[in-house]
Design a protein around this ligand. Structure first.
Ligand code: UDX
Length: 493
């Protein structure tokens, strides 16, 4: 007898924007749903999929779930383009990916969903789509199929809220703004009137031609996302409550279920021991780069809380001059450091600076260690790590919060500017480099984080870590919201 929708488990299709930060948290959600007995199809773009399969541990991680499978859609990237990523400015990469989303990825997705591909699927037809908040087209496809769509914005609630206020910012003449206006206060974003400046706004509000195109797209997609049946944010109520009440007036069906890395650990623990987690074991990422685990052995040999972990995420690039300023700042701070230097993060290598490098390499041997790509969550949870020098991507920020590690923030693009303002001014769990970037500032802020301001910083860092852990415990807000989300998904079937 043919299976009817009501006699089978829900079948959720998850579709992230093809970037490391987006894929990581969407895969965590996929695993969480699988642990709750939901069938999941995860849609990757082709080249990211092959990179993840060659570097990651995806096969072993998902093999245990018979209801899980991957699908791919074309991304329009050639091998050459993929491997020359380090030669582009980050803005170009982001802009290019927006073009590819509209012209290649969206049509590929529509074709996948409307073809016969899922008609004969043993798991039944797709009963719900969870797509990135920037994928308005997925809402339309869900509507055509008569199934609910859930929009998942992978950035913080504070960044999402600013995107909702874009029109107001334009009407007020606040954006776009010029370089010389960086310190001008911004009063038109409710809840942020007392501390928001131009420099804290997401980078696409800066007055550059490329930003103007992206700004239109972000504003349109944000307003369009309201049409989704429900919304997910990777955050927790204790840290973003006032902002969330504003967002809920636009998106009443909003589930805040973060930090997802911590929720995943709770679910993993409860399925293996049937009790909730208190020690938070470490979860794994799905990397687009090969993880170098030798740093874990190096960390094992370092004193407790002595090491500064340095990483600027998966998109940010640095110039050779900035590279040297970071390096000198780290060496001059006299603290131990582990630096994850993504191979394509150095913009262009030029000139003969081998002598400078030789001096720095020598000094690094004494108290530093470098890898191309680290198992970040494990690193942050290692007892030897005492601080994080970060670009403040939202995943990194949450991972640091959960691990109870204070931050020095050097934001680059997109949401990182507003995240870093919240880290320093609202949650008080780190210091913000504020575009004032040179070796002296790097050295000064690292010393403050590790020594001079350590006590006060650790007080709020531990408080936030405790709130994060509580939110994913069985009585916590994110856990309860996750149960409500599950019920919503089950009803869709
Ligand atoms: C950027 C944004 O700033 C982010 O907020 C947005 O949601 C996606 O685009 P990205 O630069 O990738 O993201 O930073 P982040 O969100 O911090 O994600 C990076 C991920 O890669 C983290 O989960 C981190 O654990 C992982 N990572 C990073 C590693 O596993 N190893 C590394 O060496 C570096």
């Amino acid at each position: 007898m043919a299976k009817t929708r009501s006699s089978i488990s829900p079948h959720v299709l998850i579709f992230p924007v093809p970037a490391q930060g987006h894929i990581n948290c969407m895969l965590k959600l996929a695993e969480i749903l699988c642990l709750s007995g939901i069938n999941v199809t995860f849609v990757n773009t082709q080249q990211n999929h092959s990179r993840q399969l060659s570097f990651g541990n995806l096969h072993s991680r998902f093999r245990q779930f018979p209801g899980f499978c991957f699908e791919t859609v074309p991304d329009g990237l050639s091998d050459d383009q993929l491997h020359s990523a380090g030669c582009h400015r980050p803005e170009d990469l982001v802009n290019d990916s927006f073009n590819r989303i509209q012209n290649i990825i969206a049509p590929g997705f529509r074709e996948l969903l409307t073809s016969d591909r899922f008609r004969s699927d043993a798991r039944g037809p797709v009963s719900c789509i969870i797509a990135d908040g920037m994928y308005g087209f997925a809402i339309d496809v869900a509507e055509e199929l008569g199934i609910p769509s859930i929009s998942f914005r992978t950035v913080s609630a504070c960044c999402t809220w600013i995107c909702f206020c874009t029109q107001k910012l334009v009407e007020n003449g606040d954006i776009p703004f010029k370089e010389e206006d960086m310190d001008r206060p911004i009063r038109s974003v409710p809840e942020m009137e007392s501390f928001l400046r131009c420099r804290d706004l997401p980078s696409y509000y800066r007055d550059k031609e490329v930003n103007r195109r992206n700004l239109d797209l972000i504003s349109t997609e944000t307003l369009y996302s309201i049409k989704a049946t429900a919304h997910i944010l990777n955050t927790f109520d204790d840290i973003e409550a006032p902002i969330l009440s504003h967002l809920r007036s636009y998106c009443p069906n909003l589930y805040t279920i973060g930090p997802l890395n911590a929720l995943l650990n709770t679910l993993r623990c409860s399925t293996t021991t049937n009790s909730s987690s208190s020690s938070l074991p470490v979860s794994s990422n799905a990397s687009l780069y090969a993880e170098d685990r030798s740093c874990m052995t190096w960390l094992d040999g370092q004193p407790e809380k002595s090491v500064v972990y340095v990483s600027f995420g998966s998109i940010a690039t640095v110039s050779p001059e900035q590279w040297l300023e970071i390096w000198y700042g780290l060496i001059n701070s006299s603290h131990r450091f582990l630096w994850a230097r993504r191979p394509d993060s150095l913009l262009i290598e030029d000139g003969d600076d081998s002598q400078i490098h030789a001096e720095l390499v020598e000094a690094t041997k004494e108290r530093g260690y470098t890898v191309d790509w680290a198992p970040q969550e494990e690193v942050l949870n290692h007892p030897a790590v005492g601080g994080f020098f970060t670009h403040c991507g939202w995943n990194s920020t949450l991972e640091s919060m959960v691990a109870g590690v204070p931050m020095v923030c050097w934001p680059h693009l997109a949401d990182q500017q507003i995240n870093s303002r919240y880290v320093s001014e609202v949650w008080k769990i780190g210091m913000n480099m504020k575009d004032d970037f040179n070796r002296v500032t790097v050295e000064k802020l690292i010393r403050e984080m590790m020594v001079d301001k350590r006590d006060e910083l650790m007080k709020s860092t531990m408080k936030v870590a405790e709130m994060a852990r509580r939110s994913v415990s069985r009585e916590g807000s994110s856990y309860r919201n996750y149960e409500a989300l599950l019920e919503f998904i089950r009803k869709s079937c």
